[in-house]
Design a binder for this molecule. Structure first.
Ligand code: ZN
Length: 281
């Protein structure tokens, strides 16, 4: 019986592993979704993360930096080094770690900042980061064994929250990505729900394995972002003044224009065919 089980696991992993490696190589370049406002907070976050990384580099990635400012789950849950819940969000382990995070922040941050507004966006950035970090700490202490003593760093939890919010706001937006196909890689637009859906499944698959990356922080941050974006009140679109007698009058709760990109949208469309945003009613 055990033998059968083992066979099944081998069979499943032979399917899962190519999927994982394929998903891992899909990389976003930009989204075809112009934000209406200047994403000053997103830019500022990228600059601050870059400056902190430069400081880490000048210190030679000293281990004491990570032990002092990184999030050590066992300490945080004892109420010690609580500052690390915030400071760990601005530390990165190596160049590829910060590059990956900043590209995601650059691609997805601007539109989410636009939707929330600058102030709400920066507050929620910390909510996602601290929330994801706490979830990671709880899971690491309960199930992680030695992970409870390894400092976790990175903006990933906060950026995962942004991905969750992006999925709610712009499910049909096109994310122009590098997609590996057979021997070649090509650049192709991928719908946001497909891109983020695969990303999330990847985090779930990874979280089952033993690695030093805090995938539970990604999953936690993502779910918080999803819930917040679903529940937060957005500015409703301007009401149209169309007489009730007109046969072609739209339902009163809908404008004929997308409230995000301003293009004309079919009256009962749930998503804008141009920018991919979910319509606000
Ligand atoms: Zn639109």
């Amino acid at each position: 019986m055990d033998y059968c089980k083992h066979e099944t696991i081998l069979y499943v992993s032979s399917i899962v592993e190519p999927v994982i490696s394929w998903c891992d190589e899909v990389f976003p370049l930009y989204d075809e979704n112009k934000s209406r406002t200047r994403p000053i907070v997103t830019w500022a976050l990228i600059v601050v993360n870059g400056l902190v990384f430069y400081w880490e580099f000048m210190q030679g990635f000293n281990l004491s930096i990570f032990l002092t400012f990184g999030e050590v789950p066992a300490l945080v849950l004892q109420g010690k080094q609580l500052h690390s819940l915030v400071t760990s969000m601005f530390l990165h382990g190596d160049f590829w770690h910060i590059l990956g995070n900043m590209v995601f922040l650059f691609v997805f941050g601007d539109n989410v900042e636009d939707r929330f507004g600058h102030i709400k966006f920066i507050l929620l950035y910390f909510v996602f980061g601290i929330g994801g970090g706490l979830i990671h700490s709880i899971v690491a202490v309960m199930f992680g064994g030695s992970d409870a003593f390894i400092p976790a760093v990175g903006a990933s939890a906060a950026i995962s929250g942004i991905l969750g919010a992006y999925l709610v706001f712009f499910p049909r937006a096109k994310i122009v990505s590098v997609v590996p196909s057979f021997v070649f890689v090509r650049v192709a637009p991928v719908p946001a729900w497909v891109f983020i859906g695969f990303w999330f499944i990847l985090q779930l698959l990874y979280s089952g394995g033993a690695t030093s990356v805090a995938y539970m922080a990604h999953i936690g941050g993502f779910l918080i972002g999803l819930i917040v974006a679903k529940t937060v009140r957005l500015k409703p679109p301007a009401r149209t003044k169309v007489g009730r007698s007109s046969i072609q009058s739209p339902p009163r709760f809908m404008t004929p224009h997308c409230e995000y990109c301003g293009k004309l949208v079919p009256y009962n469309a749930l998503f804008c065919p141009n920018c991919g945003s979910r319509r606000v009613r």
